[in-house]
Design a protein around this ligand. Structure first.
Ligand code: SAM
Ligand code: SF4
Ligand code: SF4
Length: 342
């Protein structure tokens, strides 16, 4: 029997943040000058992560995504990848990265058994990238994508957060960039997650607007209907020439009803929703000598009680502004998107 929450949603997909650090400062995620970091001693070792994954997979998890912060900042990540890829229950092992270090690590990650890569890239213009991320390493991202292709990764995805007045004039360029390289582009609505302290509803470009912009250039856009596949956050569409892309409407049409995702932070807090106030402290259990059975019991108990539908609840608000003020983020860095793992 699958483990179900109060809304009948199975425990299936686990996002594992391997570090809260990042080498760039995207304005929709880490816009501030200073951050409170997780203490190094609290960061889970690869062995601790692998042990937790073993317990999660016995409870139904089949999909893993390594994230962060920037996951490629974690030393020897390929060692973790090879530990996780050896587990037969893991059917999908993916990585989300900003791509800066991808050129350096793509081949070793592929060899270690990484299945899929998603690269986040919101602009093709170097100057804009600098404004958006406070980094001049745009070229390394583009090279990283090429190296990942050369290393044999197929079905690479490109995530682009769309922000009004900032990159909403680049949707077609991003799509072309993806088309030329065989990447599936996914446009993401700007979300009011923790960390997005400059968020405002006016800056959100909705799925509808994204489709309107694209259809003005490409004409008819058809939804891609996938029979028999698991529910996915991205709605997929095809242009007349067959180019497929996705839109993740997390802000205007959230997919909480079918959400089978949870998140493990680098220091072992398990969050059952991106917007959840509280998490379950699995590090404490692991380090206090709890048996696997005891940890499994805590996970089951928490999942069975899960009623979260954070993004839908945000939609119900009449007045909407940033989720947390800066002081609240400083008081608990677990509220940050870069800690919780996007
Ligand atoms: N550093 C890696 C990266 O950027 O790909 C992995 C972690 S990042 C938190 C994961 C994803 O979250 C990225 O694709 C990023 O664009 C997305 N993200 C961060 N803040 C967001 C926001 N306010 N709205 C929508 N997506 C956001
Ligand atoms: Fe950008 Fe990802 Fe770093 Fe956040 S964690 S600042 S989205 S690269
Ligand atoms: Fe899942 Fe929470 Fe996101 Fe809704 S807001 S899709 S429940 S993680």
């Amino acid at each position: 029997m699958p483990l179900l929450d109060t809304l009948g949603r199975p425990l299936n997909s686990l996002r594992i943040s391997v570090t809260d650090r990042c080498n760039i400062r995207c304005r929709y995620c880490m816009p501030e000058d200073d951050y409170v970091w997780l203490p190094r001693s609290s960061i889970l070792s690869f062995e601790e992560i692998d042990r937790l994954v073993g317990i999660f997979t016995r409870l139904g998890v089949t999909k893993l995504r390594l994230t962060g912060g920037e996951p490629l900042l974690r030393q020897n990540l390929d060692r973790l990848v090879s530990m996780l890829s050896r587990r037969p229950e893991v059917k999908d092992l993916a990585l989300t990265t900003n791509g800066i270090l991808l050129g350096r690590y793509a081949a070793s990650l592929k060899e270690a058994g990484l299945g899929r890569v998603t690269v986040s890239l919101d602009t093709l213009r170097e100057e804009r990238f600098r404004q958006l991320t406070r980094s001049g390493r745009h070229r390394e991202v583009v090279e990283g994508i090429e190296r990942a292709r050369a290393a044999g990764f197929s079905k690479i995805k490109l995530n682009a957060v769309v922000i009004r007045g900032f990159n909403d004039d680049e949707l077609c360029d991003l799509l072309e960039f993806g088309r030329e390289r065989g990447l599936e582009v996914r446009f993401i609505e700007y979300m009011d997650v923790g960390g997005a302290t400059r968020w405002s509803l006016q800056d959100v470009v909705s799925k509808k607007e994204i489709l309107d912009i694209l259809s003005r250039r490409y004409g008819r856009i058809e939804p891609v209907v996938e029979a028999g596949t698991a529910p996915a956050p991205a709605d997929r569409f095809a242009l007349a020439d067959g180019t497929v892309f996705g839109v993740i409407a997390s802000t205007t049409q959230p997919f909480c009803r079918s959400c089978d995702r949870s998140r493990l932070t680098a220091d072992g807090m398990w969050f059952l929703c991106l917007y959840a106030e509280e998490g379950v402290d699995l590090r404490d259990l692991v380090r206090s000598g709890a048996e696997d059975q005891e940890i499994a019991r805590r996970i089951k108990e928490a999942w069975r009680a899960r009623a979260d539908r954070g993004a839908e609840r945000r939609l119900e608000l009449t007045e909407r502004k940033a989720l947390y003020p800066l002081e609240a983020l400083r008081a608990d860095p677990h509220r940050e998107m870069h800690t919780r793992g996007g």
